[in-house]
Design a binder for this molecule. Structure first.
Ligand code: SF4
Ligand code: SF4
Length: 475
């Protein structure tokens, strides 16, 4: 044996050593990223992985190792096989979820928000509960709780609750501006051209993603269930819908179900609503009818519209799972008769497949509201349906809109190169999907705890104010 005792002197050993070094550095990089994301379990375990994963390669590369070449050959063969298995585009392309028939309609009066607004003893309340006697007991349960944003609720926090309340108040004030008069001077526009402009403009206004679909009957509620629209049939003559998403702050969602998460929800309802209102107004000024659908004033079911507009798929928790932010988004919709270029939706079966095995939202739901089994039969439609009454009752006890399912979802990780690379591999390979689940549980925990939250923007401002004060004292 010639050459140094430690460093490899054979091409095969050089490759083995290099793989060991790459693995070591990659896991160190993952540890640093996890530290920055405040994922301390992932940080510690990545540090361990950096040693554990690289050690076999580095040890084999030491010239004293017995049967060195044979060991290196075996190690490299196992590595090549593992990489091949993980990146090969394999996996069934089937679904157990039924495609919703075109004529299917949901009644908004059955939603928890509508039932929450029912005043006891009013004709509407009497009519609803005589038609749905089972819902009475269920709803009385949430009515006995302190309520959303209540000072008596479990996670009451004066500042965050008041911040959320101010945002909800803002959205209540703009709710009546979703529609308006249409400019009688109609402009001629090419669908592709105006669609491109609208998408760019929506992003400029602060959307994370935007898509266009033709408006389908099942997008619309059959009957309205909120405020003065209660009981009125929903009819819109619009042909197109523009769906937008806005990102919810990762750090705020990481604190779910604590108070910062409800302030963040409310903030993003306002942001998405303001964008939708501006787009609708812009279209009406072009001479076409348009209506925004924002928090508390929807005629459409946002996740279904957004899915058909190619913005994601509906997951086990019943929310839209977007490709790069998962469920960590809020939605708003604009419907219009302006001719637009539709985005062609093709179903992404990998989300359903991932959800089928993941179940992390169901395991972590404090209300037991998310089903753990396969998609069930609900009004002849096979899908996952959450127990919205159990979910809402939990909200009314803790005072926030919970969001633990959003926090723990493996798709919710930040929109960064590392997580997006994993998302691409998840879409590509069934085997990688199973592997990713094991790794997500290993790195972040099967039942991760909420994190402390300090609003980064506010923290930054406090620091800069302190710095200014300090410099004014020293000059
Ligand atoms: S937590 Fe898992 S099961 Fe739940 S929606 Fe996310 S990926 Fe699907
Ligand atoms: S918001 Fe909370 S209670 Fe509701 S489904 Fe998600 S985890 Fe469960």
């Amino acid at each position: 044996m010639t050459g140094s005792l430690i460093f490899p002197n054979h091409p095969l050993l050089v490759i083995t050593f290099s793989i060991g070094a790459i693995l070591f550095l990659s896991w160190i990089a993952i540890a640093v990223i996890s530290f920055k994301e405040n994922e301390m379990i992932a940080f510690r375990r990545s540090m361990l992985m950096s040693i554990g994963m690289s050690a076999p390669y580095l040890i084999v590369s030491i010239n004293l190792f017995p049967y060195q070449i044979l060991s290196a050959q075996t190690l490299l063969a196992i590595t090549a096989f593992a990489i091949l298995v993980l990146i090969l585009p394999v996996g069934k392309r089937t679904s157990k979820i039924t495609v919703i028939p075109d004529n299917y309609r949901f009644d908004e009066r059955d939603t928890m928000f509508s039932r929450h607004e029912l005043q006891q003893g009013t004709p509407q309340s009497k009519e609803y509960y005589s038609a749905h006697p089972k819902a009475k007991n269920t709803d009385d349960r949430f009515r006995r709780k302190p309520g959303l944003l209540s000072p008596n609720s479990k996670y009451y926090d004066q500042y965050y609750f008041q911040a959320a309340d101010a945002s909800f108040d803002t959205i209540a004030r703009i709710r009546n501006t979703v529609d308006g008069p249409v400019n009688p001077a109609k402009i001629d526009s090419k669908p592709t051209e105006i669609s491109r402009f609208l998408k760019q403009w929506a992003i400029k206004l602060g959307s994370h993603s935007v898509g266009i679909t033709t408006l389908k009957p099942y997008h619309l509620y059959s009957v309205s269930g909120r405020e003065d629209r209660y009981g009125k049939p929903v009819n819109i003559n619009h042909s197109y819908a523009i769906a937008i998403t806005v990102e919810m702050d990762f750090a705020a969602v990481s604190s779910a179900p604590l108070a910062p998460t409800v302030a963040e929800s409310a903030r993003q309802y306002v942001n998405s609503g303001i964008i939708a209102i501006q787009i609708a107004k812009f279209i009406r000024d072009l001479g076409y009818s348009a209506r925004a659908h924002i928090d508390g004033n929807y005629l459409v079911i946002c996740p279904l519209v957004a899915r058909d507009a190619c913005l994601g798929e509906i997951g086990r928790m019943g929310l839209l799972i977007t490709p790069d932010l998962g469920p960590r988004v809020r939605l708003a919709i604009v419907t219009t008769d302006l001719p637009l270029a539709e985005d062609n939706y093709t179903r992404d079966y990998t989300v359903e497949d991932f959800c089928r095995h993941c179940k992390k939202c169901a395991v972590n739901c404090p209300a037991g509201a998310i089903p753990k089994g396969n998609p069930g039969d609900h009004n002849r439609i096979k899908r996952w349906k959450i127990n919205d009454a159990a979910c809402f009752t939990y909200w009314c006890g803790v005072g926030t809109d919970c969001g633990q399912c959003l926090r723990v979802c493996p798709y919710s990780h930040p929109n960064t190169f590392l997580h997006n690379l994993i998302r691409v591999c998840i879409r590509n390979s069934l085997i990688f999907r199973r592997f990713a689940l094991i790794m997500d549980d290993f790195l972040y925990g099967r039942q991760p705890k909420p994190k402390d939250y300090t609003c980064p923007a506010v923290a930054g401002q406090i620091k800069s104010v302190n710095r200014r004060r300090f410099s004014s004292l020293t000059t």
